[in-house]
Design a protein around this ligand. Structure first.
Ligand SMILES: *[C@@H]1O[C@H](CO)[C@@H](O)[C@H](O)[C@H]1NC(C)=O
Length: 442
C-alpha cells in the first residue's frame, strides 16, 4: 500500500506546482483548466547568449521575478544544443512561462533581402524541438521587428511562410498545439497592415496564432487616450487571435510608473489584449533595467562577455532598480484580470476576420493575399495573388487608421535602441538597393 500512496502524493504535488500548457483559442489564451491566461512578462536576455543554461543565475532571477508578480519571460536568443531542463524547471516552480524566439542573429529573416530557406527552417525547428518538451513554454516567435520600413514590407510573406512551416513542423512532429506568432515593431504606418496581413487569408495553417507588439508609446505620466493606446485598442478590437505587448515600458523621462499596465488590464483593453512583457530585466546602457547585478568589479574582472559586458555586470545577485521595480510590482499587484472562462467562450464569436491589405504607392507593398514563398524561394520583385479561403471579412477596424504620429511613437525613437534591435538597425545599408528594386517594381 505504501507505493500507491506515495505516488498519489507525488502526483498531487505535481498537479499543484507544475504549470500546464497554454493554448490559444479564438483571441484568448487559456490554461487547460479553462481559465483565461494574461501575460505579466519580463524580457530576459542577459548577454547575447542563452540565459536558460545557467542554473544558478536563472534560479536567483526567477526567485526575484516571482516576488514581482511575473508569470512569463521572453528570451530572444537560445542555443538549442544546450540543456535547459534545470532553468525551465526553476521557472516552472516560480510559476513562470517562457516565450522563446525561434530565430537568432544568423537565422532571422533579413528584411532587405528576404528569404526563407532550408537552413533557417531547420534552425528554427531545432529550437522548437529543444523547448517543446517543457510544458511552461507558452509560445514561439518566428521573428522580432523584422519590418521597420515601408520598403521592407515585402518580407511579410516570408514571415508568414516561416509561420506556415513552423506550424506544419509542430503538427508533423506531433508536438502539442503550442502557439506560434510574431513580435512587431510599433510603426504606425505599418502596424495595421502587418497585423491584418499575418492573420488574413482565412487559412489557419498559414496565419499566426498570436500577434505581439513592441510598443513604447506610453511614457509616464500619460493616459489611455493621450498615449496612443486608444488607437492601438481600436486596431485590436475583436482581433482574430490573441494580441499582446511583447515589449513595453518607455523610460522617458523616468522613473517608470508602469501605469499603462492598469490600462492594458483595465476595462478599455482587457477584453482584447492578453497582457504585456516589460522591457527588460537587466540594467544596461539603454537604461531599461528592472534589476542590476551591481557595479562592475574593479580591474580584475575584465570584459569577459559573460560576467561583464558593455560596462555592466551580467551575472550575480539581482538587485531591484528603484523605484521602477517597486512601481511595476505595485501595478501588477493591483491588476487581477480574470477574463472569461473557456466554457463560456465561443471562439468564433466576437472575433473579426481581417482583409488582406492592399498595396499603396510608397507604402505597404503586398497586394492582397499573395501566394506564400516556398522554402528556399527568395524575393523576385513581386508576388502572385492567391485567393483567400474564406468569404468577405466581417470587420476591418484598422482601415484608414493613420496611427499615432505624436509623442509616444517619437519617444521610442529617441531612446537608445534596446540591445536586441541592434542587428536590425545595422542593416539599413541594404535598404537603398531594395528601394531601387521596388521603384522598378512599382
Ligand atoms: C492552407 O494552407 C496550407 C499550407 O500552406 C495548404 O497546404 C492548404 O492547402 C491550404 N488550405 C486551403 C483550403 O487552401
Amino acid at each position: 500500500m505504501k507505493l500507491p500512496w506515495l505516488s498519489a502524493v507525488l502526483l498531487g504535488v505535481k498537479s499543484v506546482t507544475a504549470l500546464a500548457p497554454i493554448t490559444a483559442i479564438g483571441n484568448k489564451f487559456f490554461t487547460p483548466d479553462g481559465k483565461q491566461f494574461f501575460i505579466k512578462g519580463i524580457a530576459y536576455q542577459l548577454t547575447e547568449d542563452d540565459p536558460l543554461i545557467d542554473t544558478e543565475q536563472c534560479t536567483r532571477d526567477a526567485e526575484l521575478m516571482k516576488t514581482l508578480g511575473t508569470n512569463t519571460i521572453r528570451v530572444y536568443h537560445v542555443d538549442p544544443k544546450s540543456d535547459h531542463t534545470e532553468c525551465m524547471k526553476v521557472l516552472d516552480n516560480a510559476g513562470i512561462y517562457a516565450l522563446i524566439d525561434l530565430d537568432t542573429f544568423d537565422t532571422y529573416i533579413n528584411p532587405n533581402n528576404p528569404s526563407w530557406d532550408q537552413r533557417q527552417h531547420d534552425r528554427y525547428a531545432e529550437v522548437m524541438d529543444a523547448f517543446i518538451t517543457y510544458d511552461n513554454v507558452l509560445g514561439f516567435f518566428v521573428g522580432n521587428e523584422i519590418i521597420t520600413q515601408h520598403s521592407q514590407s515585402a518580407a511579410a510573406p516570408f514571415i508568414k511562410a516561416a509561420t506556415r512551416d513552423m506550424k506544419a513542423h509542430r503538427d508533423r512532429k506531433g508536438h502539442r498545439q503550442v502557439p506560434i506568432g510574431y513580435s512587431a515593431a510599433d510603426i504606425a504606418e505599418l502596424r495595421p497592415m502587418l497585423q491584418d496581413y499575418l492573420t488574413c487569408g482565412g487559412n489557419s495553417s498559414e496565419g499566426v496564432d498570436f500577434f505581439a507588439l513592441n510598443s513604447y508609446e506610453w511614457c509616464d505620466p500619460s493616459t489611455y487616450s493621450t498615449s496612443g493606446y486608444a488607437n492601438l485598442q481600436a486596431e485590436a478590437k475583436n482581433f482574430p487571435v490573441p494580441i499582446f505587448f511583447s515589449e513595453t515600458g518607455c523610460n522617458v523621462p523616468g522613473p517608470r510608473l508602469f501605469e499603462d499596465q492598469a490600462a492594458i488590464f483595465g476595462p478599455e483593453m482587457v477584453n482584447d489584449w492578453s497582457g504585456a512583457i516589460i522591457y527588460e530585466w537587466i540594467q544596461e546602457a539603454n537604461n531599461y533595467g528592472l534589476i542590476s547585478y551591481g557595479p562592475v568589479p574593479p580591474a580584475t574582472a575584465a570584459e569577459d562577455g559573460t560576467n561583464v559586458k558593455g560596462g555592466f555586470s551580467r551575472r550575480g545577485t539581482p538587485t531591484p532598480v528603484l523605484p521602477d521595480f517597486e512601481n511595476l510590482k505595485t501595478q501588477w499587484a493591483n491588476v487581477k484580470p480574470t477574463g472569461i472562462e473557456k466554457k463560456d467562450y465561443e471562439a468564433g464569436k466576437g472575433v473579426s476576420t481581417r482583409a488582406c491589405p492592399t498595396s499603396t504607392q510608397g507604402g505597404w507593398l503586398i497586394n492582397g493575399n499573395v501566394k506564400l514563398p516556398a522554402v528556399g524561394e527568395t524575393f523576385k520583385g513581386e508576388f502572385t495573388t492567391a485567393p483567400s479561403v474564406t468569404v468577405a471579412p466581417t470587420a476591418s477596424p484598422s482601415a484608414g487608421s493613420g496611427g499615432q504620429q505624436g509623442g509616444g511613437e517619437g519617444a521610442s525613437k529617441k531612446n537608445p535602441a534596446p540591445a536586441n534591435r541592434v542587428v536590425l538597425k545595422g542593416m539599413v545599408a541594404g535598404l537603398v538597393g531594395v528601394m531601387v528594386i521596388f521603384l522598378v517594381w512599382l
